[in-house]
Design a protein around this ligand. Structure first.
Ligand code: PGA
Length: 239
């Protein structure tokens, strides 16, 4: 586990983008799982800038989303699919044929989860999982107590996560009660993991990771022992 401490939002975004770009340099056809939330926005901005100048070649990579709200069509502006289109995929003109996003409104969510896993498996598994961190230690929508061996599956969202995510919506939208998420088993198998952590709300969860004791009450601790885990975090969380 390699920690990189950053002193400003600019440096945070820059370091995250640089690590992710290095993976793409090594593996131009990398299969990459993408997060949603406020944390990765700076990274996406930098990728978009670099794709425009040719500094990073994103056009052979394959992109997947980590998670999605259950019940929402991708076209709904509140969906994670729409977020990824808005912040990254459309701006970087990523070929839709190289993108597989979960369909939260699929009539058969279990079948949809299995299709996501099959699409990842068809690329030989994940080369890079880019993850944010929840204040309760969640990674993607794997909440405290989650099974550590699963692939993509349906999950009930915790109240803590629903409240945290509600803050992004001021238009009367109510965060759904369920989600679809890549499971921890799948994320742990990613060849490389980039965990992005910013904000004091994440301090306790990050401290649990640093303590080095795997604990199902803190899903992020499932990453302890991963051979290629890089954590980019605020210096303010260094303690
Ligand atoms: P945030 O969410 O980036 O909006 O803080 C991270 C997460 O919950 O995974």
């Amino acid at each position: 586990m390699l920690f990189e401490w950053t002193d400003s939002p600019e440096e945070f975004a820059e370091r995250g983008a640089a690590h992710a770009a290095a993976v793409i340099d090594d593996m131009p056809e990398a299969a990459i799982a993408l997060p949603t939330g406020s944390t990765p926005i700076g990274l996406y901005d930098r990728w978009v800038e670099r794709a425009a100048t040719g500094e990073v070649q994103l056009n052979r990579a394959h992109f997947f989303n980590l998670d999605e709200y259950a019940g929402l069509p991708q076209a709904d502006s509140h969906s994670f699919a729409a977020f990824l289109h808005r912040h990254f995929l459309d701006r970087a003109a990523i070929d839709p044929a190289r993108v597989r996003l979960l369909r939260g409104d699929a009539p058969d969510l279990e079948g949809e989860a299995a299709a996501h896993d099959a699409a990842v498996a068809a690329q030989g598994g994940l080369d890079l999982a880019i993850l944010g961190l929840g204040g309760n230690g969640h990674i993607a929508f794997n909440e405290p107590g989650a099974d550590w061996n699963q692939g993509t599956h349906r999950v009930p969202l915790t109240e803590a996560t629903r409240i945290a995510n509600q803050a992004y919506f001021e238009d009367g939208f109510t965060v759904p009660r369920d989600g679809l998420t890549m499971g921890i088993g799948m994320l742990r198998k990613a060849r490389r993991v980039l965990l992005l952590v910013t904000g004091v709300a994440k301090a306790e969860a990050l401290a649990m990771l640093r303590a080095g004791r795997p604990d199902p009450a803190w899903p992020v601790t499932a990453l302890i022992g991963h051979p290629h885990l890089i954590v980019v975090a605020d210096s303010a969380l260094r303690g």
